[in-house]
Ligand binder design. Sequence first.
Ligand SMILES: [Zn+2]
Ligand SMILES: [Zn+2]
Length: 280
Amino acid sequence: MTPVHTQPPLALTFWGVRGSIPTPTSENLGHGGNTACLSIDCGDSIFILDAGSGIRPLGRQLLTRPTLPEIHLLFTHFHWDHIQGLPFFDPLYRPDARITLYSFHTPEDLRSILAGQMVAPYFPVDFQLVANHLQFRQLQNTTTTLAGLTLQCFDLNHPQRSQGYRISNGSRSLVIATDHEHGDPAADARLSAIAQGADLLVYDAQYTPLEYEKRQGWGHSTWHDAVSVAREAGIPQLVLFHHDPAHNDAMLDAILAEAQAEFPGTLAAREGMTLQLNPA
Ligand SMILES: [Zn+2]
Ligand SMILES: [Zn+2]
């Protein structure tokens, strides 16, 4: 007899997989050119991680639903590739939308940071005009429960700081660790401890090991580091994320083949991909 699961699967969708800057050129479209944006759809509510350019198609899709879900938008940090899609996120302009924005900053600072990119002469609509229906909340180095998911937030090793998330529905859990440079002992130990036993790891794999030799201190890692973290934490499925703008599909396929030879449970993030973690 097939077991009946009352708990829905934990499903992660990739809307933007690229680091640094959108790269919508023909040789990149297999994996996608939009910058960082992920979502976890819980039906009545949706969790969105980062507002890179991938958040635009997500916003358009949300507006096609009969009812707009409650939106929880979690930021890892505020480098441009993680916020540049926000002015083009259609639900922002719906006064009836329930949207809460979270980051490691205080609510006041978060509001002012986001206002900084929606102000003359950079954008024609002032953030203050659309922000009245938005909620702002600080999450840092903490564990909290929201809409049935448990979120654990932790610091990563990145210039000007980045925040990772372990997200669990009580049965399955996934870890998002993007914009993180491997090699800082304290940050690596923290990530490894928090990620222990998760089902899925999304990890910053911007550089090849050879490229990394010239990019130390830039705040990003390699597929090789990604495999090490997945192994140390006992995570069976690894997704290489935050692809370098210079890596076209052929290069990403070659990187993925190298990584899979070391760790068969590796995937390279692609726009439109949904990974579903069924209840244990
Ligand atoms: Zn980034
Ligand atoms: Zn960054």
